[in-house]
Design a binder for this molecule. Structure first.
Ligand SMILES: Cc1ncc(COP(=O)(O)O)c(C=O)c1O
Length: 366
């Protein structure tokens, strides 16, 4: 069987270091707000080439806390895409704001900046571009529009740790960027975890306070916050893994180039990245007009595939009150019917990727 992602295989490659890091935390007896989180925050901000970082409980809270720290709330609109994980809009709704969807680009399946300007109203306060599948959005265009209309930009970088847009790491373009360390991410913890990064240190201090019951000192709560902290065990694991992130991302790029080269003559629509970007291939997402048959053929051969995402957010029952007519996000809707994610993880062997490619090509003939 070839899984979509293999976390056990990754653990085996660094087991000694991980076990030692966990033991160190257990023996130290500090589990919340200790040295591991402090060090991880410094190491991750330096990796992202940015000033400040705060660890939080998960990527959804990272988005929620950032919106709150930026003062976005009831009556405000936030422009984003419907081709993303639901957390992006859960965070918007959780501060009382309204998500406004724009369509995606046909080739990259990311936010189409040309549509953002038309979606701006008097209530618009922010844009959340999502660097989906490990690919950076067109940040020049998005930042320019934000400047023109004085909007905040929050990058949802949950799927793009280490990706670059014009040589700069994602997360350094907007007012802040949010990461998830959900286990399957390019940098994943052994449980939930997340982070917010920014050049604005006072914004990070605000997020830190909100994430820690609204306090900066033990017994004084300046505001009613929440409890959403990265813990010491997860931070110790992330510190070990961060050292490997660039080499794992390089391996993903190599695997992506194998897929792209071998499938270029087929009828499959392959993912396209712009020359400005260095994708970190969180997912390798192809498009096929008959994806059910393709997935079934791959499954027969023991190859697991995924769909990211089969139901665009504006079609989710949770968004039924938005009354968005069919066809208003045509590219998003078409993509949702065609996308298939092929196995992609750094430990995928050459022989396995060759087998996947052969199986995809065989099923094309049928
Ligand atoms: C694009 C995107 N945004 C936000 C999140 C939320 O992260 P988490 O699951 O850590 O809350 C995820 C991941 O699951 C994601 O893929």
């Amino acid at each position: 069987m070839i899984p979509l992602i293999d976390l056990k295989a990754q653990y085996k490659t660094i087991q000694g270091e991980i076990d030692a890091a966990i033991r160190n935390v257990l023996e130290g007896g500090t589990f919340i707000q200790g040295k591991e989180v402090d060090c991880f925050e410094k190491e991750f901000s330096s990796y992202c080439e940015i000033k400040a970082c705060v660890g939080v409980g998960n990527g959804t809270d990272a988005l929620h806390l950032t919106l709150r720290a930026l003062g976005i709330g009831a009556g405000d609109e936030v422009i984003t895409v419907a081709n993303t994980f639901i957390a992006t809009i859960e965070a918007i709704a959780s501060v009382g704001a309204k998500p406004v969807f724009v369509d995606i680009c046909e080739d990259t399946m990311l936010m189409n900046p040309a549509l953002v300007e038309k979606a701006i109203t008097k209530a618009t306060r922010a844009i959340i571009p999502v660097h989906l599948y490990g690919q950076p959005c067109d940040m020049d265009a998005i930042v320019n529009i934000a400047k023109k209309y004085q909007l905040k930009v929050i990058e949802d970088a949950a799927q793009a740790h280490g990706a670059r847009w014009k040589q700069k790491r994602v997360g350094s373009f907007g007012d802040a960027a949010c990461f998830s360390f959900y286990p399957g991410k390019n940098l994943g913890a052994f449980g939930d975890g997340g982070a917010v990064i920014s050049q604005n240190e006072s914004l990070i201090q605000k997020v830190r306070m909100l994430a820690n019951h609204g306090r900066q000192e033990k017994y004084t709560h300046k505001t009613l916050g929440i409890n959403s902290r990265l813990d010491e065990l997860q931070a110790s694991i992330l510190r070990v893994k961060l050292k490997y992130l660039d080499s794992w991302n390089a391996k993903r790029r190599h695997l992506a180039s194998c897929y792209l080269e071998a499938l270029k003559e087929s009828d499959i629509v392959l993912p396209k990245t712009s020359l400005q970007t260095e994708s970190v291939w969180h997912l390798f997402v192809i498009r096929h007009s008959n994806r059910t048959t393709l997935q079934a053929k791959l499954k027969e051969q023991g190859i697991v595939t995924g769909i990211h995402y089969p139901i665009p957010l504006h079609r989710q029952p949770a968004c039924s009150n938005q009354q968005i007519p069919y066809g208003s996000l045509p590219i998003t809707e078409r993509a949702a019917n065609q996308v298939v994610s092929l196995p992609m993880y750094p430990e995928l062997a050459e022989s396995q990727i060759e087998f996947i490619i052969q199986t995809v090509l065989e099923s094309e003939k049928i």
